[in-house]
Design a protein around this ligand. Sequence first.
Ligand code: NAD
Length: 488
Amino acid sequence: MTVDLSVPVVHLHIGGEARTGGSGGVHQHVYPATGEVQGPVPLAGPDDVDAAVGAAHQAYAQWRAWRPSERARVLRRLGELMERDAAEIARLSVLDNGMSAGMSQPLVAIMANWTSYYAGWADKVEGRVTSFPANQRELGYSMPEPYGVVGIILTWNGPVVSVGMKLIPALAAGNTVVMKPSELTPYATEHLMGLVKEAGIPDGIVNLVLGGPETGDALVRHPLVNKVSFTGGPATARKILTRCAESLKPAVLELGGKSANVLFPDADLDTAVAVNAFSVLGTLAGQGCAIPSRMIVHNDIYDDVADRVLAIVSGMRCGDPFDPATLISPVVTREARQRILAMIDRAQTDGAKLLAGGRVPDYLSRECSDGFFVEPTVFGDVEPDSELGQIEVFGPVLSLMRFETEEQAIAIANSTEYGLAAYVYTKDIDRVQRLVSALDAGGVYVNGASPVTGCELAFGGVGISGYGREGGEEGLFEFLRTKAVGIA
Ligand code: NAD
């Protein structure tokens, strides 16, 4: 199999200018599947961030003056260009973070879908006439307005999906943007910046700065950034909110999860087990925010479910992400692998039963032998209040837990501080309705439904999974604020 491993030259994109250097230094990008350095990534320092925000601020008046239907037209065009270049964007997504090619293609399709969906919203933003009492000769109405410059901070696990979820609605609402992907994932967004230009979006409307925490912090605290949209972990979210508190700046936070999947004895187990095992272990090697990493199984079907999970896992191989046979891609960095392996060790000390995996695979090809792989790992009889039962692993680790009654299942599902997604498998519609209202989560997905693939539905968390929503009308209105108008 010949695979093109070439990567583009990475730039900071500021006011339409592509800069090969930044004042924040250089990061050497490492391909997680081989551990090899791929090339330099310029990092933006505070002065680069200031220039990018300045460009976005200057471009705002022009973008806002465009007819909404014109904004819709160029965003639709951008979606078409994403579809045209889907294969290349998917290839670069693999080189970004080592995700499997089988995963990167659907993620690019999701980005293109979200883009055409929000392009459709650009000319449908409407206010409301709230009072028109002729005798008082007064007219009152509300007018949604963009914020101005929005700062968007992305994490490394799915930058292309976040582009569809954040960048496009921000633009559709009439904002200009400075976007900061992680320095770990520079390639797909580099390609997208070329498409932004090709689509006819004027210079300065979308700016991109690469970098780590210092770059993100400079963006959040910039006085001309009026709203922050962040995807990442709760620890970083706390720092961002502390920064936002200084100027009372609003923020949308899409954070992590420890999502429960509750399986009742009447569930379609073929679907339930396969979907759960593949989405926890096969989705970016478990580095997905909304994956059902806690499988909460009724006692009557527990052994059957465990056997089925192990049968699936025995056929899951780590390896070259471009090989169609590979289901388990590497994790993002050497440090991430160390952290995951340490959690696996502690889980065994805590009494969870290791049923599969738990180590670095010993069958890797020569090319991948220095990659950051972890075997797909399954633990049984995980205690709900143990570290593994409570804390997001962000690696290919699935936890099985038992329950006896519906009340117990709900209590276990709701026992973490997170609340991003919850999943339920049962054929009993009354039970579905009870669980939908009892589960503390931003979304409840039943019998195989999944979040994010449907851009029409709002997605987001409760608790330490964050707040604010992406998707649907709610996701658009995160980038708009309402002005009240009264005319006597
Ligand atoms: P992270 O919080 O360390 O980093 C996320 C981004 O924030 C990066 O771009 C990073 O450079 C930037 N950053 C770091 N410190 C900053 C600071 N002080 N100020 C401003 N920006 C700063 O997260 P991570 O380890 O890259 O990602 C993993 C987390 O993201 C997991 O918890 C995962 O569940 C979550 N996640 C959530 C979603 C969702 O939509 N809910 C999607 C993907 C990932």
